[in-house]
Ligand binder design. Structure first.
Ligand code: AMP
Length: 189
C-alpha cells in the first residue's frame, strides 16, 4: 500500500504546495502546511499574526517553539489520523526531532520523506515569477535569496537526517507538474 504519512521536502519554490495538493486529491488525506497556517494567522490580524508577518517578510524562520506547538495541535486533529502530507514542516533538525517524538506519542511513524531535487537558479526565477502572479509579500528578490540561504543552512541537513532513518526518496523536481507528480507517485508506491 502506498505511504500515507508523508513529508515533502525541498527549497522554497520547488513545487511542494502544488504537489501536496495533488496528493490531497489522490489520497484524500490533509495537507499540513505551516506556511499556510501562518499566513492565515497573519490575515486574521492577531497579535501572533503580526509577529509572524515580520519574520516571514524577512525570510527568516519562525521559532521552533511556535512551529512545534502549532503542528502538535494540527497533527492531533481527527482528520490527520489516517495520514497527512507535511509541506514546509519540519524545517530544522530541532523540528524534525520534535516531530519524531510527537509521532511516537501518537503511535505512528513517518513513512516517506520525498525530497524534491531542483536547481537553485531555476528556483529563484520561479519564485520571482510567483511574486508577480500571487503578490506574496515574502516573494521579493532580497527575501527570496535569504530564504534560499536559510534553506541551505537550516533545512537541507534534513535530507541526511531522513536518509539515515531509511525513509528518504529523492525525486526530480525540475520537470512539469504532471511529470513530478508521477515521480512522487512511484516514490510512494
Ligand atoms: P512557506 O509557505 O512554507 O514557504 O513558508 C513561508 C514562511 O513561513 C517561511 O519563510 C517562514 O518564515 C515561515 N515558516 C513556514 N513553515 C515554517 C517552519 N516549519 N519553521 C519555521 N518557519 C516556517
Amino acid at each position: 500500500m502506498s505511504a500515507r504519512r508523508i513529508l515533502l521536502l525541498g527549497p522554497p519554490g520547488a513545487g511542494k504546495g502544488t504537489q501536496a495538493q495533488r496528493l490531497v486529491d489522490r489520497l484524500s488525506i490533509p495537507q499540513i502546511s505551516t506556511g499556510d497556517m501562518f499566513r492565515a494567522a497573519v490575515a486574521a490580524g492577531t497579535e501572533l499574526g503580526k509577529q509572524l508577518k515580520a519574520i516571514m517578510d524577512s525570510g527568516e524562520l519562525v521559532s521552533d517553539e511556535i512551529v512545534i506547538a502549532v503542528c502538535r495541535e494540527r497533527l492531533t486533529q481527527g482528520d490527520a489520523g489516517d495520514g497527512f502530507i507535511l509541506d514546509g514542516f519540519p524545517r530544522t533538525v530541532g523540528q524534525a526531532e520534535a516531530l519524531d517524538g510527537l509521532l511516537d506519542s501518537l503511535g505512528v511513524k513517518l513513512e516517506c520523506c520525498v525530497a524534491l531535487v531542483v536547481d537553485d537558479e531555476a528556483i529563484v526565477q520561479r519564485l520571482l515569477k510567483r511574486a508577480e502572479i500571487e503578490g506574496r509579500s515574502d516573494d521579493n528578490e532580497e527575501t527570496i535569496l535569504n530564504r534560499m540561504r536559510v534553506y541551505r543552512e537550516q533545512t537541507k541537513p534534513l535530507v541526511a537526517y531522513y536518509r539515515e532513518r531509511g525513509v528518504l526518496v529523492e525525486v526530480d523536481g525540475m520537470g512539469g507538474i504532471d511529470a513530478v507528480a508521477q515521480g512522487i507517485q512511484e516514490a510512494l508506491a
